[in-house]
Ligand binder design. Structure first.
Ligand SMILES: [Zn+2]
Length: 310
């Protein structure tokens, strides 16, 4: 098992197909397109009804700065566009995300929960339901079974990634729904990439203690600072090497971390797709909590099994 596998060129280069429908854009994973009875999509920020965050934004989270009614309208527009249905839209199941390793199982014996469940993953074999994960930098991961046995949706920020939410989720799909890992397909949606994700000692320590391949997830990046570049003499320091605050920052690659977890869980590398877009680099298209200093909306990663008639 190649623990340190880098993203295959194919996975990286298979750019998401953006769909434009009345300015609402949805990114789709290329490897999910031929799976029957499956609906999925990653929302972007453009084309919604929210006045907050720049106007005409597709904010799908009930944030403090946005009107509840606008978010409701946005969700309806997104679900319609993602499912291709104008009515009889399947019920949406969302989570109260808490950066945990908790995966909920939604089987056919249980009804749809009335309130969002606390946790960061949900798997189901029910048809006619949609699972939604909300993000604005964290990694949304969708998993689908080629035979239509089940689907899963996971929210993996650094804490959830350290708690192996995706590895646990795929394990649960195997144990509960009898999925075979070689028949699973995974899509890693837009999130903050290593280019923009500087992290501190707490994160580095947590990953080093959790993953044998942790070193491969970190890189040193000299963040550009135009002031320092223009006036370097002002920032000369007499401190010993390695103790200067001008030095490189450590960046974490959450995409690779979750890619590795999918491999660890047995999903073949060729079945994994990852969006090329970094949320922090692409605030024209995507919401980024970090790039927008916390004042931003939420996108949604959506997956569901539909019945044959749909
Ligand atoms: Zn970036």
């Amino acid at each position: 098992m190649p623990l340190t596998a880098t993203l295959g060129k194919e996975s990286r280069s298979s750019t998401a197909k953006a769909e434009k429908k009345s300015q609402l854009q949805i990114l789709r994973a290329a490897n999910f397109e031929n799976l029957s009875s499956l609906v999925h999509g990653f929302s972007t920020r453009s084309g919604g009804f929210s006045a907050a965050y720049g106007g005409r934004q597709l904010n799908l989270g009930f944030t403090a700065s946005d009107a509840h009614s606008a978010v409701e309208r946005n969700r309806l527009a997104f679900l319609r566009s993602a499912t291709g249905r104008s009515r009889a839209i399947p019920a949406l199941v969302t989570l109260r995300q808490i950066h945990s390793g908790i995966v909920h199982i939604l089987d056919r014996t249980r009804g749809i929960p009335e309130r969002p469940l606390r946790g960061d993953g949900v798997i189901t074999n029910r048809r006619g339901n949609l699972l939604g994960i909300q993000v604005a930098d964290c990694v949304p991961v969708l998993v689908a079974d080629r035979q239509g046995r089940a689907v899963g949706a996971f929210h993996a920020g650094w804490r959830g990634t350290a708690k192996r939410i995706v590895e646990r989720g795929v394990g649960a799909m195997r144990a509960v729904f009898g999925c075979k890992p070689e028949e699973l397909y995974a899509a890693i949606g837009p999130c903050i990439h290593a280019c923009c994700y500087a992290v501190g000692d707490e994160v580095i320590d947590e990953f080093q203690s959790q993953f044998a391949y942790a070193d491969d997830l970190f890189s040193e990046v000299y963040d550009r600072d135009p002031i320092k570049e223009k006036y370097p003499l002002l920032f000369l320091t007499a401190r010993a090497p390695g103790h200067s605050n001008i030095g490189p920052q450590i960046h974490l690659d959450l995409v690779k971390a979750n890619f590795n977890q999918l491999l660890e869980a047995g999903v073949p590398e060729s079945n994994i797709w990852a969006a090329v877009e970094c949320t922090s680099c692409r605030t024209d298209l995507l919401f980024s909590h970090r790039a927008e200093s916390g004042y931003t909306g939420r996108m949604m990663a959506l997956v569901g099994l539909l019945d044959k008639l749909t």
